[in-house]
Design a protein around this ligand. Structure first.
Ligand code: ZN
Length: 502
């Protein structure tokens, strides 16, 4: 076989893997959006079957041989070109999955699917002890998985690498160590200032109008409805079944009239990335977003840098007033802007404001690395959780349901995932600074409801590269610096000094 033929073979196989991934995502979307409760058992079997088929294909000797041959036939696998990168990432994927024995993968799927059910009950009943043995087993399995990837600098490295290729625990730790004291200090200054009023959003807004508003803004942002749709889900998420079908979900809260809009902007930010991937990489090893942190840099960018900005509301506030006259009719834009940016140390990560969000993540990162190092035991987690919440945020959960049991990730075995949320926040401001330096008119454009330059910049500098670069390399290439906390702190200081008149 010629090199050309081998490359075509490889692409046929990676296309099949991408399509199986789309099928997997479709099963999951349906489960979260449409499936009746009675479908659980059948769906678990179907999901496990697809996962097994994917494993077998992703580790097939045929694929391994093709990749080996191609790697030796191309001039330099480390070259900075599309082809070398495509082979390199295919090789990395193959070697990664091949190190995990099939029975270990299946065991992990079984253990986490059972643990998820137990966690749902435990959170409902405020019963950490019933969940603890499951979590202990998950931590053991994650430590075993990490062992398969020796040598490493830190046992957390291989887990982090699954979500953030190339990122090291030491790098995350250095970034967080720089960020933590500054965020805590800012929070203390805000706590001394007079609190702003946000009672106008703590009301029940008309749901039809909320939906209309969300769809209008998503359209304005550039979401392509010919390649997407929006449905309801209890925990909003974005999913992609391929380049032509990228779906978002939202929810409507009784106690927060603006929550759905921000959530929709967040998910639309994710979706714009998936819709903007360069078609030339479709079905190759490079045809997916480069990392979760870069993905989150897109969602947080639209939700916060745009959605919680003064400029955006110059355009959107009159529309909101028309849609919700009884809640917003008598409010000034200034009152509204300050209200939606109210800072309040809270117990729940997903409800956290921009000034406190990263502190929630640091707490989880410290616990996860402690578990992987074997320095912490699961039975001690509630106590450690509560004491750190007090130290970082000044609040103590009244029970474990609102504390250590609040997030779904650990029951799903996703240890290593949390840091990507905070890194995404940091990167989102790095994009913003560079974008505005390139196009100083952007704030004025946003104020008039024109997001075309913003989206074009993201398409050009982030989306189209898909997995052509690892996350740190992409951030470096575009902004001239690796992932760093300085732009984010500059942004927070400036924003909240104004809002809280510090
Ligand atoms: Zn997100």
């Amino acid at each position: 076989m010629s090199t050309e033929e081998k490359l075509n073979q490889l692409r046929r196989l990676t296309a099949e893997l991408a399509n199986l991934g789309g099928i997997q995502a479709l099963l999951d979307w349906d489960q979260q959006v449409n499936m009746p409760r009675g479908g659980m058992e059948d769906r678990s079997e179907q999901a496990a079957l697809v996962a097994g088929i994917m494993y077998d294909r992703a580790t097939s000797p045929q694929l391994g041989t093709l990749i080996e041959d191609l790697a030796s036939e191309i001039p330099d696998i480390n070259a900075d070109d599309d082809l070398a990168r495509e082979i390199k990432v295919a090789k990395r994927d193959f070697e990664h999955i091949s190190r995990i024995p099939r029975e270990k993968l299946i065991e992990f799927v079984m253990v986490t699917s059972r643990a998820h059910e137990v966690w749902v009950q435990a959170r409902e009943n405020n019963d950490f002890p019933s969940f603890a043995p499951h979590l202990t087993r998950i931590v053991e399995l994650r430590r075993e998985q990490a062992e398969l990837f020796k040598p490493f600098d830190h046992p957390y490295d291989p887990l982090l690498d699954e979500y953030e290729p190339g990122m090291k625990t030491a790098e995350v730790k250095a970034i967080f160590d720089a960020l933590r004291p500054q965020q805590v200090a800012l929070l203390q200054r805000i706590a001394q200032a007079e609190q702003v009023d946000n009672s106008f959003i703590r009301e029940k807004y008309d749901i039809d109008s909320q939906e209309k508003f969300g769809r209008f803004i998503a359209t304005r942002m550039g979401y392509d409805w010919n390649r997407g749709r929006m449905d309801l889900a209890p925990h909003p998420f974005t999913t992609s079944f391929g380049y032509g079908d990228v779906r978002i979900t939202t929810r409507y809260m009784e106690t927060d009239g603006m929550s759905s809009l921000f959530s929709t902007m967040h998910e639309t930010g994710h979706a714009l990335y998936d819709q903007g991937l360069n078609p030339k990489y479709r079905h190759t090893s490079l045809g997916r977003p480069t990392s979760l942190a870069v993905h989150e840099s897109q969602s947080r960018f639209w939700e916060n840098l745009i959605g919680r900005s003064q400029a955006f509301w110059q355009f959107a506030f009159p529309i909101a007033q028309m849609l919700f006259p009884e809640h917003l009719g008598n409010l000034s834009i200034e009152q509204f802007y300050r209200g939606i940016n109210r800072v309040e140390p809270s117990l729940i990560r997903i409800e956290a404001d921009e000034a406190t969000y990263n502190l929630h993540i640091m707490l989880r990162f410290e616990i996860e690395t402690g578990l992987m190092e074997g320095k912490l035991e699961t039975k001690d987690l509630p106590e450690i959780w509560n004491s750190r919440m007090q130290a970082y945020l000044g609040v103590t959960p009244p029970n474990d349901s609102r504390g250590v049991l609040q997030d779904v990730h650990w029951s799903g075995g996703m240890i290593g995932y949390f840091p990507t949320y905070a890194l995404g926040n940091l990167i989102s401001v790095q994009w913003w600074e560079k974008m505005v330096a390139d196009h100083p008119n952007i704030p004025d454009e946003i104020a008039s409801g024109d997001f075309s330059t913003v989206l074009a910049w993201m398409r050009e500098n982030v989306h189209r590269y898909a997995s052509r670069y690892d996350p740190q390399d992409l951030v470096q290439k575009i902004t001239g610096s690796r992932i760093t906390s300085e732009p984010y702190m500059r942004y927070l200081e400036q924003k909240y000094s104004q809002i809280y008149r510090l």
